[in-house]
Design a protein around this ligand. Sequence first.
Ligand code: SAM
Length: 334
Amino acid sequence: MNAAPSPLVDRIGRRHTYLRISVTDRCNLRCRYCVPPEGVDLAPRSHILTLEEIERLARLFVSLGMTKLRVTGGEPMVRRGILSLLRELGAIPGLEELAMTTNGSLLSGSIDAVAAAGVTSINFSLDTFRRSRYLGITGRDELDAVLDALDRAFSIGFRKVKINCVVMRDINDDEVLDFAAFTRQYPVAVRFIEYMPFGGNTWTADRLVPYTETLTVLRDTFVLQPLPQRDGETARSFAIPGHAGTVGFIAPMTNHFCARCNRLRLTSDGILKNCLFRHGSVNLKELMRDGATDSEIGDAIRGAVSEKRAHRGGNAAIDPVLLASSRPMFRVGG
Ligand code: SAM
């Protein structure tokens, strides 16, 4: 009988239970904080993992102890075959949570099928409630479609619905109170994310709004009651008395959360990243296409986990220059 494989624990004892899978580098939006204004060179299709390759790796990761998978992108809903992929992933024995991060603009018509496939949690990326501003940030006039999908998500009753809002000075930072007010009626976790520099995006230091600043603005209007942080959770979350939802802060720039990190990332072209701030450590696509067995791929995954650094991929601090040379978010999946 085969012994159960050892769990994915790194050198400082962090146990990895959460895999983010980017299923495509393509996206129907052109968010200025994510995609370079001059456009992008997309990977040739042959470089992107096939659905079967994603399924194989997902099964393997779950057999190694992953209990949560998040499908992201690019925009996952533009990937052909996404619903059948979600069904396959949702049926993996041992998986406890299947989540998706989406801009929501293509979701409304498929949301019942997404829920039926086993997706339990949806994160919507939404940075403004204003139509013209949405167009300015994303380059597309899709706000109504996103709000419609959000509304449907509430009525379907996913286990978790979250909104990711990247706060950018003089772009949308005047809307943080509107986002908090949105949680009064809706059972949604709004997470304010610090704006990060990535390859080719339009980040500048003065656009970064440290989370303490957003927190202060919210505290001037709302009573915020800290909620306990769950295992591996990156956000610091707060309840607001009388509100159905919560607010939270993800502060990779000013307050890293590496000690709690339980995640790995698989890029759409099959690179395993053990840290957002580190270049990929192993090319699982090449291993698979060279005929590696599951056991050999498992060893490569364990090797990548054991090389994981304690903080920020081994960087003493967030260095915007270094980050700006790293893969843009649409290639990594957030
Ligand atoms: N297309 C999907 C979506 O919009 O949610 C999934 C991919 S998107 C790259 C994943 C997450 O990365 C989004 O929540 C987005 O807000 C976040 N993101 C992208 N660029 C960012 C940046 N420069 N700083 C902080 N978050 C960023």
